[in-house]
Design a protein around this ligand. Structure first.
Ligand SMILES: [Zn+2]
Length: 409
């Protein structure tokens, strides 16, 4: 158990500090370090000398698909590069997946995330027609195997739709009983706008049944005709689910004409709907029907942030038919986010860091998140002295702590 981190730099405080952890792995004290002490550390085994490096609460990956991780070579090549081709290819391939094979790939991805400093993940597990509940079994086993190393929320994700896959509600219900935490969705993937709305209503029915949050894949397309997210926000208000709903992707918002986009953004803020963008995957999958100029595919990140919407950024995919890259390094996700929506001014670089730390903590209701007295000792120590340098250099952490225990070598 690490009890003290010395010579640490914090985001919102000048100078260096020492962070003391109590026996339960929580932050007990944060004290300024006098200049004389900055030069050396006594080298105790329960102490880490951050050497002037930045200490943050561990990164959070708010949108990930662990059952897909490292499946790229198990699935025929996605020649068009589109979302729809990937869904079709994966539907065939996953028929052969066993809980054991899913668990092994998931644990490998979880370990990669931990190595880069991730302390919590919200994972969407496929409970679609050909996945049945085998993938869910594998992911639940992976969570169990790593439960002392990372926190994982699991979302029941109906990959093949809900109206067009009539068995989906029962599979989602069973997955919630097996231990999943959050109701998932894929509203834009239904056959008609009416069916998309019916799906959203069903998701809220399930959320009410289990008193659960919702995290719905929504408007993951460049088409300005895809207008599911306004219905999700309206239903959030109608059902009194403010602060408990996350809209994942919301790409189409970037293609709405400005007046309608402004209306939708105001509505999302009013409904306190969280938004998660996945910059690498959105850049990769969207714009596939464009010539030039080619759209970037992400939602209106800066406009949503400016309107007070809680926006996070996720990894989404690690080497799968949807996206052949991805390592689980959240600093790379922040780096891509900065490029994709011009978050390059000093205040906006800070907001890019918020998108992989404090913002997803709000979406996951992690109240004890943060480098503060009583906060969890889930910390990442980086060998750089600022947020800007962290995102620019994307270094391996010097240390990754979970409840004060060291997770990396
Ligand atoms: Zn996703």
């Amino acid at each position: 158990m690490i009890r003290r981190i010395t010579n640490a730099r914090l985001r919102e405080r000048e100078g260096l500090v020492a962070i003391d952890l109590d026996g339960k792995g929580r932050i007990a004290a944060i004290t300024g370090m006098p200049p004389a002490a900055q030069a050396r550390s006594d080298g105790a085994v329960d102490e880490i000398d951050a050497g002037g490096g930045l200490v943050l609460s561990s990164f959070i990956d708010l949108h990930l698909h662990l059952d897909l991780a490292y499946s790229l070579d198990l699935v025929p090549e996605n020649k068009s590069g589109t979302l729809v081709e990937a869904i079709g290819l994966y539907a065939v391939a996953k028929k052969d997946f066993t809980p054991q094979s899913v668990c092994e790939r998931a644990v490998r991805a979880i370990e990669s995330e931990i190595g880069f400093g991730t302390g919590a993940i919200r994972n969407h597990v496929d409970v679609g027609r050909t996945a049945e509940l085998r993938l869910c079994e594998g992911i639940l086993a992976a969570r169990e195997m790593t439960r002392n190393r990372i926190d994982i929320q699991i979302v029941t994700f109906p990959q093949d739709g809900v109206i067009r896959d009539p068995g989906a509600p029962d599979r989602m219900r069973e997955a919630m009983r097996m231990g999943c935490d959050v109701v998932g969705g894929i509203a834009h993937y239904e056959r008609t706008p009416t069916d998309s709305q019916r799906q959203i209503e069903l998701l809220f029915d399930l959320a009410e049944e289990f008193d659960a949050d919702i995290d719905c894949h929504i408007d993951e397309t460049d088409s300005p005709e895809s207008r599911c997210v306004e219905y999700l926000a309206a239903e959030t208000i109608k059902r009194g689910w403010q602060g408990r709903v996350t809209a994942s992707h919301v790409c189409a918002l970037a293609s709405y004409e400005p007046v309608h986009a402004a209306k939708v953004i105001t509505l999302l803020a009013e409904a306190q709907v969280h938004v998660v963008t996945n910059p690498g995957v959105n850049l990769h999958l969207q714009g596939r029907f464009d010539g030039y100029p080619k759209r970037r595919g992400l939602t209106r990140v800066r406009e949503l942030m400016a309107a007070g919407v809680n926006v996070s950024a996720g990894q989404d995919c690690i080497k799968d038919p949807f996206y052949p890259f991805g390592t689980g390094q959240m600093l790379e996700v922040a780096h891509l986010l900065v490029h994709a929506d011009h978050l390059s001014s000093r205040p906006l670089i800070e907001k890019a860091m918020d998108a992989i730390t404090i913002n997803p903590a709000r979406s996951m209701h992690l109240d004890d998140y943060g480098v503060k007295i009583g906060g969890r000792g889930d910390l990442v120590v980086l060998p750089v002295d600022s947020v800007h340098e962290a995102i620019r250099c994307r270094p391996r952490p010097l240390a990754v702590l979970k409840g004060g225990l060291r997770m990396n070598k």
